[in-house]
Design a protein around this ligand. Structure first.
Ligand SMILES: [Zn+2]
Length: 235
């Protein structure tokens, strides 16, 4: 799957999907109403499976009948997605999670740019993303390992869609960073690791903060901190 789709589904299943209800639970002062239909409770279940705007997309894709049986058993998005994982084929799941990404994209475009997209546009965007990713993946698999070893890219995607860490070019360092979010402690944790061109560990650092922010902001914040840290290391 495209990494951005995987990341989104991971956030939904880990209950860190930045819906308005979730943001308000973390202290963000924003309305709780659905961006698409003004329903008073915009959580992940509503956005993806209850909102009429989403149901219209699923119907346009002619796959609502695949999803609706799970709604009879579960009333939250993570459980519904796990149930779909158990029941459906890989091809059906690829289609569903890519459309989930496009529904969320449509919601954000309406919220931040006041742009409304038709169901066909939402489905076409999902199809475009998935087919583009599959074509790129196919091209990468055709490249010989020797050529890839000279490529300074930060990572390489395998045929199964998993991202494999790659060494940086000789004489360079590579710094990987990540962030995690705890609903229980309301804290954000950051981690970084620097390795050299032989893959050896050079430096690593972990930080955590108590702050209220959306997941997107939380992903960017450590990057700025790490640039400062790297500058100090270099000096
Ligand atoms: Zn709605």
């Amino acid at each position: 799957m495209p990494p951005k789709v995987k990341n989104l589904v991971w956030r939904i299943c880990r209950d860190c999907f930045p819906t308005r209800v979730k943001l308000r639970s973390r202290g963000v002062n924003c309305p709780s109403a659905c961006v698409m239909c003004e329903d008073p409770h915009e959580d992940s279940y509503h956005i993806l499976f209850h909102c009429q705007a989403a149901i219209d997309v699923w119907n346009a894709a002619k796959i609502w009948h695949l999803i609706s049986p799970s709604l009879n058993q579960f009333d939250n998005a993570p459980d519904i997605i796990f149930n779909l994982l158990q029941r459906l084929s890989t091809a059906q799941l690829e289609l569903i999670v890519t459309i989930i990404w496009s529904i969320w994209k449509a919601r954000n475009l309406k919220l931040w740019q006041q742009v409304s997209h038709s169901n066909n546009t939402i489905l076409a965007r999902a199809k475009h993303l998935f087919e583009g990713w599959r074509a790129d993946n196919h091209r990468q698999n055709l490249v010989s390992p020797d050529i890839i070893s000279d490529n300074p890219s930060t990572s390489h995607q395998n045929g199964d869609g998993n991202i494999r860490w790659r060494k940086p070019r000789r004489g360079r360092l590579k710094c990987n960073v990540d962030a995690s979010f705890s609903n229980i402690s309301n804290k954000v944790g950051f981690g970084m690791c620097i390795r050299d061109s032989d893959g050896n560990h050079v430096r690593s650092k972990m930080l955590w903060f108590t702050l209220v922010c959306s997941v997107d902001v939380g992903d960017v914040t450590p990057t700025l901190d790490y640039f400062n840290y790297l500058i100090i290391l270099i000096i």
